[in-house]
Write a new protein. Structure first.
Length: 127
């Protein structure tokens, strides 16, 4: 039997907590609660799948039901929190996932090196 162990240097739970905490607002409401930016929460699947170009924000905004300016501000907030890295300027901007801040999530969502898991015992006579 061949066994392969995959170990990660970062805690994936901590990385998800960092990702969700990045969506917290800056100001408290009148009851003292901090609310989450719903647009940022809706953008999480998009930023985990691929890099986002500024030209794609209009399409993403229609998919998630927010305005383009809200999506742009949310992407900029992710940059301020260290989740995304912004390259370029103006309409040529590209938002990339910061692999240093969330390495395990980056590995599973972007690298996709783990493509198949064998669940059967290997034998010497197998082809």
């Amino acid at each position: 039997m061949i066994e392969v162990a995959l170990t990660l240097s970062a805690g994936i739970v901590d990385e998800f907590q960092l990702l969700v905490n990045a969506c917290k607002g800056d100001k408290r409401d009148r009851f003292g609660h901090i609310k989450y930016w719903k647009c940022m929460l809706a953008l999480i699947p998009f930023i985990l799948r691929k890099d986002i170009a500024k030209s794609d924000t209009n399409v993403i905004a229609k998919k998630i039901g927010f305005s383009r300016s809200q999506v742009d501000r949310s992407l900029d907030k992710f940059v301020d929190k260290g989740i995304l890295i912004k390259q370029g300027s103006g309409s040529y901007s590209l938002y990339k996932l910061n692999r240093e801040s969330i390495p395990a999530i980056y590995f599973f969502c972007r690298k996709k090196m783990l493509t198949h898991i064998v669940r059967y015992d290997l034998s010497l006579s197998a082809i």
